[in-house]
Design a protein around this ligand. Structure first.
Ligand code: PRX
Length: 696
């Protein structure tokens, strides 16, 4: 992009700069991350840089406001430099981590022996140490374009402190879990930060989840205190959050678990009498009555920050656990470099806080950088498909981050509606969630960005905490559809079907070779499952579940999930969860769910169902099955195509051959293109399903 004279130089201005920083980050991660951590965050008890007191001292010397701590009890790594040499100086990093199940339990630890608090770093540090109190943290843009508000860092600190006191008044203490089921309003990050401030662990549940999905999450994490709202409008549709939460809580009670309090935000302000419960407390009233003084709880680096449930190949969704210090350093550093954030920028990420993107790049990454963001309650097509471009002009957005599915949906409405806006403020465009097809990439680049704005196609996962493979906007030459090159500290590798590392160009299963600070630490309540899911396929590597190709320039091209996980409109859904919902119906004896290419959603959901004796494949039955999936998971997991399958293609040992079902779902009709079918117990089943495919 043409350099703009009024902007400071990019944080990573060239490929040479990238390569030299990358080299250091992987060769000496202790020093690399230690220096960043010392310079850019506040620590109550600093970690010790490995044998390198001079490095920490000089890092601090370049920090203008290191001495001025408003509340006096946090210190920076300056103290580390001044402290007498420690007996055990290697406390930063992965040297403490074990990645290999063969050498003992997998244990990931960063910045051990230190204490910090992520909410302090998001708020108090910005207000009291960096003089950003009057800067806007969030411009809130309502679903209704006439509703908007803003919140400065000082106001945010005040509200978070009060709400933290509210949580404490319900007995929430360090280590307790809090369930959060909220619309995209400022109270959502406020609830997250209030938990972080007192060392409680938040479990945010996406507003699109059904009551059963929520009940499962509340039960798994034993969330006694729930934070929610009456409801929300998304486009023209109302989502009755409190009604759904009431049903979830009843469900928990049936299972013997009692929620003790529900703190309810009156967002719509018209909660019907029949949805009120005795456990309900009025959020805004409690907040107004609470003290704005809430001392920070200093937490060990590895104290859990949050859990966020995500889908895998098998079983129920897993609670992915991230911890304070490593996640903090990762979310902040990836945000700073990949969005090349500078003071004065206005950043907008359209993701919902119910997903990891909303945790790392709506809440924590931007706030840790003292950034100004837009928090958007609505949807890109309401009141019309020009909404995003209007919002960009309204707030003079400089960085815009969204998902390929949104880009494809908006592309359908044509260029003219985009051209009605100026978008002159835009500098960087970002995408996440699924592979972006080159046509959508080019439209985003040429029409939305008018060829001026680099696109950062960021590959990462709930488990990774933040960006892993991504361009650096002022440095990395882009190729449409490629997430390009690894972020600092990330060492990707491809494993072929023989279990060997692919050298140079080639394709394989994408793994990561060494620990990075933002890595998940465990599956909540099930460390074994953590080891089995991520470290047992390829010993000594973190297994991502994605397939990937590396080209002649060393660029990475994600080809999609190679396990039984679907990415539908960027939402991650386990086929086993959908199948579980379908076989819950008495009329279904067996179900197999696969993804198929879908123009807008990327992947659509295709369900093969085998019916029980006496049941007919009627529109009514299909309607029931649809509802069952919605009730079990949520509307975003709706099945697109149902296919009655009197039998499923199976191996002689009875295993469903999903590879074949994927071909049928994709509309392929030539059995010769199906790959090896010799292990099929009954080859006729395939012909039968091809000829009965809906729309065939
Ligand atoms: O398949 C990859 C896809 O999203 C999966 C992770 O999903 P989730 O944990 O819900 O996090 C989504 C937001 C980070 C990955 O395994 N994915 C994510 N980003 C990309 C992507 N696929 C291709 N390109 C991307 N940029």
């Amino acid at each position: 992009p043409p350099a703009r004279s009024d902007r400071p130089a990019a944080h990573v201005p060239s490929m040479d700069a990238y390569r030299s920083m990358y080299r250091e980050s992987v060769e000496d991660p202790d020093r690399f991350w230690g220096r960043i951590a010392a310079r850019e965050f506040s620590w109550e008890t600093p970690f010790i840089l490995p044998g390198d007191a001079a490095a920490s001292a000089s890092a601090i010397a370049s920090k203008p406001d290191a001495e001025s701590h408003a509340n006096g009890n946090a210190t920076t790594a300056a103290a580390a430099a001044a402290a007498p040499a420690a007996a055990d100086p290697t406390k930063v990093t992965s040297q403490q981590s074990n990645f290999d199940v063969r050498t003992g339990p997998v244990a990931i630890k960063w910045f051990e022996s230190s204490r910090t608090n992520l909410a302090y770093n998001c708020l108090d540090r910005n207000v009291h140490e960096r003089g950003l109190g009057d800067n806007v943290a969030f411009f809130w843009e309502g679903n209704n374009p006439e509703q908007a508000s803003k919140l400065t860092y000082r106001q945010l600190l005040d509200r978070v402190s009060r709400f933290a006191n509210v949580l404490k008044s319900f007995g929430v203490a360090k280590g307790d879990t809090v369930g959060v089921y909220m619309p995209m309003v400022v109270e959502l990050p406020i609830a997250m930060l209030a938990c972080a401030r007192i060392g409680a662990i938040h479990s945010v549940m996406f507003g699109g989840f059904s009551h059963e999905a929520i009940a499962g999450r509340i039960l798994d994490a034993k969330c006694k205190v729930i934070v929610t709202a009456d409801g929300v409008f998304r486009g023209e549709k109302v989502i009755p959050l409190k009604h759904i939460m009431n049903k979830a809580i009843e469900h928990c009670a049936e299972q013997g678990f009692a929620v003790t309090a529900t703190i309810v935000l009156a967002h719509l302000g018209n909660l019907p009498e029949e949805e009120k419960r005795s456990l309900d407390r009025d959020w805004l009233k409690l907040e107004a009555e609470a003290s704005p003084d809430c001392p920070v709880e200093w937490l060990e680096a590895e104290h859990p920050l949050f859990m966020l449930y995500t889908s895998g190949s098998t079983g129920r969704p897993k609670g992915v656990v991230h911890t304070q210090a490593g996640y903090m350093v990762w979310a902040a550093t990836t945000f700073k470099y990949v969005f090349d954030y500078h003071p004065g920028d206005v950043y907008w990420c359209t993701a919902d806080c119910g997903w990891i993107t909303g945790h790392s790049y709506v809440t924590y990454g931007p706030l840790l950088n003292g950034a100004t963001s837009v928090l958007f309650e609505g949807i890109p097509t309401y009141p019309d498909a020009g909404r995003c471009w209007q919002v960009i002009d309204k707030y003079q957005v400089t960085q815009f981050y969204t998902a390929p599915t949104a880009i494809r949906a908006l592309m359908k409405f044509g260029d003219e509606i985009v051209a009605r806006s100026s978008r002159a403020s835009l500098r960087i465009l970002g995408t996440v969630g699924e592979p972006i097809n080159p046509a959508a990439w080019l439209w985003y680049f040429n029409v939305v960005g008018e060829g001026r704005c680099p696109i950062v196609d960021t590959w990462w996962q709930t488990e990774t905490g933040g960006f892993m493979i991504t361009p650096f906007p002022a440095a990395t030459p882009c190729k449409p559809g490629s997430a390009t090159l690894p972020f600092f500290g990330v060492v990707p590798a491809l494993i072929d079907s023989q279990g060997r590392e692919v050298e140079g160009e080639g394709e394989g299963s994408l793994v990561i070779k060494q620990s990075w600070p933002g890595q998940m630490r465990t599956v909540f309540g099930d460390h074994k499952r953590f080891e089995e899911t991520y470290f047992s396929q390829h010993k000594g590597y973190y297994f991502s579940g994605d397939g990937c190709r590396r080209d002649e320039d060393g660029y990475y091209w994600i080809t999609g999930r190679i396990d039984d996980v679907l990415m539908v409109s960027g939402h991650r859904i386990g086929t086993a969860e959908v199948e579980g919902a379908l076989v819950g119906h008495e009329g279904v004896v067996e179900a197999a769910v696969v993804g198929y290419p879908h123009d807008i959603k990327g992947e659509g959901i295709y369900a093969f169902v085998t019916l029980a004796e006496g049941f007919k494949f009627t529109p009514e039955l299909v309607q029931h099955l649809k509802l069952d999936v919605r009730e079990n998971i949520g509307a975003f997991a709706s099945v697109d195509i149902f296919h009655e399958a009197p039998a499923l293609p199976k191996t002689r040992s009875g295993k469903i051959m999903r590879r074949i079902l994927r071909k049928i779902a994709a509309g392929e009709t030539d059995i010769h293109s199906f790959g090896d079918t010799s292990t099929l117990a009954d080859p006729n089943v395939v012909e039968m399903l091809i000829s009965t495919r809906p729309g065939h």
